[in-house]
Design a protein around this ligand. Structure first.
Ligand SMILES: Nc1nc2c(c(=O)[nH]1)N[C@H]1C(S)=C(S)[C@@H](COP(=O)(O)OP(=O)(O)OC[C@H]3O[C@@H](n4cnc5c(=O)[nH]c(N)nc54)[C@H](O)[C@@H]3O)O[C@H]1N2
Ligand SMILES: Nc1nc2c(c(=O)[nH]1)N[C@H]1C(S)=C(S)[C@@H](COP(=O)(O)OP(=O)(O)OC[C@H]3O[C@@H](n4cnc5c(=O)[nH]c(N)nc54)[C@H](O)[C@@H]3O)O[C@H]1N2
Ligand SMILES: [Mo]
Length: 702
């Protein structure tokens, strides 16, 4: 990035010498200038005044107001009366990934929610039950595999998820150039499907059926070759037995994939060496999300590709890798320790399904949610039946949002605490390096100071922690920070660097406790990052299941197989189902206020297959009415054979015409909110994850 002396950013481009990106940069990276300069981005806190409107306030005023709002509710109604929602950016932000936990600990509420239950929670559950850690997620070793079977992911648009890797287009090209094969399973011919060797359309929500059929063929035809994994694995025979009802012929009518093709897929997967199965959001945000997530790794084990170069491997990040210390074996996955109050859904890794949030706010009684803290999220657009949640938010006694914008959620806030934009904050991806296809570390210090003395996100979180801990709005930031640092130091059994504070001090400790013998000073001296090499085999030490084994047939998951079996007899009835999609120039519900990303052809259109369009009388550029149990929208139609018949696709994160939001550019390209249609009552039973793909809808001309 180039900056003029007056602080103006003149250009942004990738760094060719970066050890990971090699100069690759996505369109949203290039647009960070637009984000930085966006006049709608908040520079000062906003506090709701007596006139009911949000007004700029000083930081002291804002924290005083937060204290006035939250402290009496906590005192009178208890900890559970205040909920928190952590959005997707909070996992990317260094400040919140290191200090969010301290705030939640001080809050001590059972009402913790996050974007994880509209995203990857099933994968945490399957990985936790199979390998003992919610973040022990096997990652496809894309650079060394010879066969990649990919379901419900479109890394050419998303840049890869639970698979941190820049330039997926280049990496997939190289896979094919070395004679490897890419097979994509998706109800749409996605950008990734277009560059694949094979693409299979699949009826949404039926990946578990397909994957079980692959297991059926591989075990039935004697193709399983787990090799050294055999002696590390419990439950191999159970899986073969469970797969019996799911023959290719039995799943053909459900998945829409011909039995012969399924057999071919299974045989090719078993024959390729090395090979890997990888699946993402299309397989987790659906009715059999945990079963599908589990079966992906069952296949990786049965074919001997787990923990093998070119297969599905466990990263070893330089900092914070949760499965990197201690002996083999552990406590396993934490779940079901408490239930949501109204629907009694299980807690998983400390949080409840966000699909429950609206009812927890609306339903009176002991434990009712009266106040909410959101950190980098927009649940009023990103969670199912978001109209219901939107309305519930306006009924809260208090809403405090830590966010860059007055978005559709924070428009309901009593206080908004802004955070510095990307260039004015330090960056290190503590979470996402644990999911990266190469072990690397890259520290980026802030390039410029934050405007108007804006505190860093971690400082804001520390002040909030002080309020939640009952120390009032003026708690000593450094004293709390020292406490956080000494707590971590005790855990890691080392001394904090007395010359540092904030995230730098914590990260330095995590690095020193990590596997590579590096300090933050080493990373500071290497602005292009430090490469620690490709993923390496990590079994069996990283297994943290109570048995110390890979649990191939965890009870909790096996108990759900009957539901899948019963669904073999279901008939779709010929109705439509709705799925989502991601577009390259969009990022969930935000960055839509940046003109360079939203101008051009409309992104938020309803994809309808030509045969369906003809039958329904819909034309390209016309408007369709889409109805579901939860709600209805009117969306512009794009007729395209990229989507299979019977399936329509609408991206999420749009619908920027809400009064009170301050996103003037986004409002011009408002689009419609897909989550008006998704159903908060339809959750995947094991993980509590929302079902956002495969939503039954009715469609007609508007
Ligand atoms: N440009 C861009 N990049 C992003 C984001 C963004 O909003 N925009 N969001 C980021 C986030 S938060 C995440 S979690 C990741 C997600 O990363 P990905 O998982 O790669 O997400 P998508 O691009 O939505 O791809 C999901 C695919 O699943 C397909 N699908 C839908 N239903 C089903 C189904 O039932 N079965 C199968 N097999 N496929 C199905 C869809 O058609 C779609 O092509 O992307 C991240 N990157
Ligand atoms: N129908 C449907 N719904 C979906 C999905 C889908 O595929 N289909 N995908 C789901 C997925 S995978 C996800 S991850 C969620 C995302 O859902 P959320 O996490 O709820 O929403 P985002 O749109 O990511 O909201 C980001 C907000 O964080 C703010 N922000 C950005 N950077 C920072 C920062 O550094 N600190 C703070 N404090 N705030 C920041 C932005 O201004 C923005 O307002 O949406 C989910 N919803
Ligand atoms: Mo996500």
């Amino acid at each position: 990035m180039k900056i003029r002396d007056d602080g103006e950013i003149t250009s942004i481009r990738g760094d060719d010498d970066d050890v990971f990106s090699k100069g690759f940069i996505c369109p949203k990276g290039v647009s960070l200038k637009g984000l930085h300069e966006d006049p709608a981005r908040l520079r000062r806190p906003m506090v709701r005044g007596a006139d009911g409107e949000l007004h700029e306030a000083t930081w002291d005023e804002a924290f005083e107001r937060v204290d006035q709002l939250l402290t009496p509710i906590l005192a009178e109604h208890g900890r559970n009366a205040v909920a928190a929602y952590l959005g997707n950016p909070s996992a990317h932000s260094l400040g919140s990934s290191l200090y969010g936990r301290a705030a939640l600990k001080a809050l001590a509420s059972r009402n913790i929610y996050s974007a994880s239950t509209v995203d990857q929670m099933p994968k945490h559950v399957s990985s936790g039950l199979m390998f003992g850690g919610a973040l022990s997620i096997p990652i496809p070793d894309v650079d060394r595999t010879m066969h990649l079977l990919m379901l419900g992911a479109n890394p050419l648009a998303s840049n890869g998820s639970l698979m941190t890797a820049p330039d997926m287009r280049g990496r997939l090209k190289e896979l094919r150039a070395r004679g490897g094969k890419l097979v994509v399973v998706d109800p749409r011919r996605s950008r990734t499907a277009e560059v694949a060797d094979q693409h299979h359309f699949i009826q949404p929500g039926t990946d578990a059926h397909l994957l079980f059929a692959l297991v059926h063929v591989i075990t039935g035809e004697g193709l399983a070759e787990p090799g050294r994994l055999a002696e590390l694995t419990d439950g191999m025979e159970d899986v073969a037995r469970l797969a019996e009802p799911f023959s290719p012929e039995a799943v053909e009518p459900v998945t829409g994939i011909p039995a012969a093709e399924i057999r071919g897929m299974a045989r090719e997967l078993a024959a390729a060496s090395p090979a890997v199965v990888y699946a993402r959001i299309g397989t987790t945000t659906q009715r059999f999300g945990t079963l599908a997530s589990w079966l992906v790794d069952v296949l990786n084990v049965l074919t001997g590709n787990l923990d093998r170069e070119g297969g599905a491997m466990f990263p070893l990040a330089a900092a914070g890798q949760s499965n990197a210390s201690g002996p083999r074996g552990g406590r396993g996955l934490a779940m079901g320790r408490w239930q949501s109050r109204v629907r009694e859904l299980d807690e998983v890794i400390g949080e409840l399904p966000v699909s429950c949030l609206a009812e927890e706010i609306e339903t009176e009684g002991d434990g009712q949610v009266r106040a909410l803290i959101t950190i980098g999220g927009n649940p009023a657009r990103s969670t199912p039946n978001s109209d219901r949640l939107d309305a519930a938010l306006s009924g809260l006694e208090a809403l405090v949002s830590i966010d860059l914008y007055v978005n559709e959620t924070s428009r309901h806030a009593d206080v908004i605490l802004p955070v510095p934009p990307p260039f004015a904050k330090a960056h290190y991806d503590v979470v996402f390096y644990q999911l990266a296809i190469r072990n690397v570390g890259n520290w980026s210090p802030p390039i410029m100071p934050a405007e108007d003395g804006m505190p860093q996100e971690w400082e804001t979180l520390v002040r909030l922690t002080g309020i939640l801990a009952g120390q009032g709005p003026k708690a000593d930031v450094d004293a709390i920070d020292d406490f956080v640092a000494s707590t971590l130091a005790a855990q890691l059994q080392l001394e904090p660097d007395p010359g540092r504070r904030g995230p730098e001090r914590l990260l330095d400790m995590l690095l020193r406790a990590g596997p590579y013998d590096v300090t933050l000073a080493d990373l500071e001296a290497a602005p292009q990052g430090i490469a620690f090499g490709p993923m390496k085999p990590r079994l069996p030490e990283m297994l943290k299941t109570p048995s110390g084994m890979i649990e191939l047939a965890p009870e909790r998951i096996v108990a759900d197989v009957e539901r899948l079996r019963a669904s073999l007899a279901e008939h779709s009835g010929g109705g439509f189902v709705l799925i989502g999609r991601r577009t390259l120039r969009s990022n969930n519900s935000w960055m839509h206020n940046i003109e360079s990303l939203v101008k051009g052809p409309a992104q938020c259109t309803l994809h309808v297959h030509p045969d369906d369009a003809e039958r329904l009388g819909l034309s390209d550029g016309g408007v369709a009415q889409v109805r579901s149990r939860a709600g209805q929208v009117e969306a512009p139609v794009e007729v395209t054979d990229k989507v299979m018949p019977g399936v329509v696709s609408l991206p999420h994160g749009w619908g920027h015409d809400a009064p009170g939001a301050r996103l003037p550019v986004a409002a011009e390209y408002a689009g419609v909110n897909a989550n008006v249609l998704t159903d908060e009552l339809d959750v995947e039973p094991i993980s509590g994850n929302a079902v956002l793909n495969g939503v039954p809808v009715e469609i007609s001309v508007a």
